[in-house]
Design a protein around this ligand. Structure first.
Ligand SMILES: CCCCCCCC/C=C\CCCCCCCC(=O)SCCNC(=O)CCNC(=O)[C@H](O)C(C)(C)COP(=O)(O)OP(=O)(O)OC[C@H]1O[C@@H](n2cnc3c(N)ncnc32)[C@H](O)[C@@H]1OP(=O)(O)O
Length: 216
């Protein structure tokens, strides 16, 4: 007799090969090609230890104007690395008392996005692969560390890790990513006109966009 309800799924053996992935075993789309080069820190990049500041006040990741945003603060590190922190708020829950996975992915995405500032390149996320290693309670300070691994033309290969509480805390999330360099027109051609108009009227925003544009 066939009973209605949830089908029984016999679980197949689970491969553990991806559990502790590093740059040497990245999936194909996230593996730098043979012609990739090491990243070069731009001479005008913020000094190690300097806060990067928000790239846009209304950014959900780093903007000050988003009440329920992450308010993530990123700081330049040595070489082409950054660190960042954000405190998981009640508005960021998925399960009771725990951070939503999408919010944690946002924190990784924002940290990796900020990292491109050290190259003085505007880039957007093409691919972001995230491992969720341990649950992150509300109230946690998530401490993120990110680095660019390699650059191939417009493609920027990077990775990040998020730890609970501080730089020595247990790993909660990891990510590998591919960012693609774009021109300012990526935003001006595609963004909703009212926000683009407001951004164009804001001298701070213009200055930030120009800083990217003069990239030699
Ligand atoms: C006054 C106004 C001023 C405004 C100025 C603002 C300044 C703001 C400053 C900083 C902003 C940073 C914001 C940070 C926020 C955090 C980061 C995010 O969340 S970003 C949002 C999420 N991401 C997207 O919305 C991308 C959507 N996707 C696209 O627009 C396109 O797909 C794009 C640009 C990524 C690529 O399109 P193509 O036409 O330009 O280039 P193709 O030829 O398709 O790709 C180039 C290469 O990349 C590979 N590629 C592209 N996507 C890939 C993927 N998903 N996986 C693997 N490879 C991929 C391709 O295979 C190709 O490789 P081969 O050159 O042939 O070797």
């Amino acid at each position: 007799m066939v009973r209605p309800g949830r089908p029984r799924v016999r679980s197949a053996p689970v491969s553990t090969e991806n559990h502790h992935r590093d740059a040497h075993s990245a999936p194909p789309a996230l593996t730098p090609p043979p012609n990739a080069l090491p990243p070069v820190r731009h001479p005008d990049a913020p000094a190690p230890g300097e806060l990067l500041g928000s790239h846009y006040d209304d950014c959900f990741g780093c903007g000050g104007a988003q009440a329920h945003g992450l308010h993530l603060e990123a700081r330049a590190g040595d070489g082409v690395t950054i660190t960042a922190e954000f405190t998981v708020q009640a508005a960021h829950q998925g399960a009771p008392g725990l951070a939503h996975g999408g919010v944690l992915a946002t924190a990784l995405d924002e940290t990796l996005g900020s990292l491109n500032w050290l190259l003085r390149v505007i880039a957007v996320t093409g691919r972001l692969e995230t491992d969720f290693v341990r649950p992150v309670p509300v109230g946690t300070v998530l401490f993120l560390q990110a680095e660019i691994v390699a650059v191939a033309g417009r493609k920027i290969y990077s990775r990040a890790v998020g730890r609970i509480g501080g730089p020595e805390g247990p790993v909660a999330v990891r990510a590998q990513a591919l960012f693609i360099e774009v021109k300012v027109e990526h935003f001006t051609d595609n963004g909703r006109p009212e926000e683009i108009r407001a951004a164009m009227a804001d001298p701070d925003q213009i200055r930030r966009a120009r800083a990217f544009e003069v990239n030699p």
